[in-house]
Design a protein. Structure first.
Length: 337
């Protein structure tokens, strides 16, 4: 075989290999594209306008269904098709035309995270760095304050090698409290200090002064009431995580660790009457790792694992009834005022 023949054979082989590689890439791309368009039986989703104002009671959430609109803020009326925005969030909450969106910022080496304040048309008005993986988000009823929680490296939380950092921002002035650990803690009537303090799961009252959150220290969790003016938090009740205040300000929905349950599924949903501190176990037999929201003063909504990642369920807040699945492939729900 001459040198010229060898060269031609080599070139032909390279062309064939390149063709095979290109065909493989195209096939994989087409397969991913088919997956991204829709899964059989999945929700119908169309692109459109999503706003934080409009019909009272309308639901906005992070869409989890596979496709071009996965992770986008999406709205739905009753059982009709979903309308998706182009705004992607890992966690989301909104009230009175103001939203907070916790999102990933993809980098060449690693991802970072950001809390973005949104106006009623989902336009960014401000953003803040988040020091870890986003976990919870809340906006006060007036839209004046926004809060978020992130997992960061450090002390233990829920049996993992993480600690949490809870931040609050005044959306009008931009003043940021990067960590509630800067607040004075009052426990059992005395100022309390400890190196292992963690906060998470902020929920606001309607007066733009007070909030509730979880405080963890020395292996126990507490419901605390915070004061934005005095920068103080006071312990109220034990074994409370991810509190959520009812619209009328009288009850807290939360997840509680229950003895005897598996370590990887230790929580049950409860409601606490703030006037009497009486606890009511809700009729959800599964472990709920979520910060519930209130649809009204008598109904809580929360996420549980589903085929697409998470589904949304509702349940009466008085301990009666049975869980009802609201929709598939959704998380971080918000009901418009």
């Amino acid at each position: 075989m001459t040198l010229r023949t060898r060269v031609l054979v080599l070139i032909s082989a390279l062309v064939v290999l390149a063709g095979v590689a290109a065909a493989s890439v195209l096939h994989a791309s087409a397969r991913a594209d088919r997956r991204d368009r829709a899964q059989p039986g999945g929700p119908r989703i169309t692109a459109g306008t999503v706003a934080l104002t409009g019909d009272s009671g309308r639901l906005i959430f992070r869409n989890m269904a596979w496709g071009p609109h996965r992770d986008e803020l999406t709205t739905v009326q009753a059982s009709g098709p979903r309308t998706a925005s182009t705004v992607k969030c890992l966690r989301f909450h909104a009230a009175s035309g103001t939203g907070v969106c916790l999102r990933a910022v993809h980098g060449t080496v690693q991802d970072t995270y950001r809390a973005v304040v949104l106006d009623a048309h989902l336009h960014e008005t401000a953003h803040y760095d988040v020091p870890g993986i986003p976990s919870r988000a809340r906006v006060s009823p007036s839209g004046r304050f926004a809060a978020w929680t992130a997992f960061v490296g450090g002390d233990s939380y829920a049996g993992t090698n993480f600690s949490t950092r809870a931040a609050i921002v005044d959306t009008r002035t931009g003043k940021l409290t990067p960590s509630l650990e800067a607040y004075r803690i009052v426990k059992d009537g005395r100022t309390y200090r400890a190196a292992d303090v963690n906060f998470w799961g902020v929920t606001f009252t309607a007066d733009d002064r007070a909030f509730y959150a979880t405080l963890a220290t020395r292996g126990r969790t507490y419901l605390v009431r915070g004061d934005l003016h005095t920068r103080t938090v006071t312990t109220l009740h034990t074994n409370v995580e991810c509190p959520s205040l009812s619209p009328d300000g009288t009850h807290i929905a939360y997840k509680k660790r229950v003895r005897g349950l598996p370590k990887d599924a230790p929580w049950r949903l409860y409601v606490l009457d703030l006037r009497t501190l009486r606890e009511t176990a809700l009729a959800e037999p599964r472990s709920v790792d979520d910060q519930a929201v209130w649809r009204d003063d008598h109904t809580v909504v929360y996420a549980l694992p589903g085929d697409y990642g998470a589904d949304l369920y509702s349940l009466p807040s008085d301990g009666t009834g049975t869980p009802r699945r609201l929709l598939t492939a959704g998380v971080s729900p918000v009901y418009l005022d």
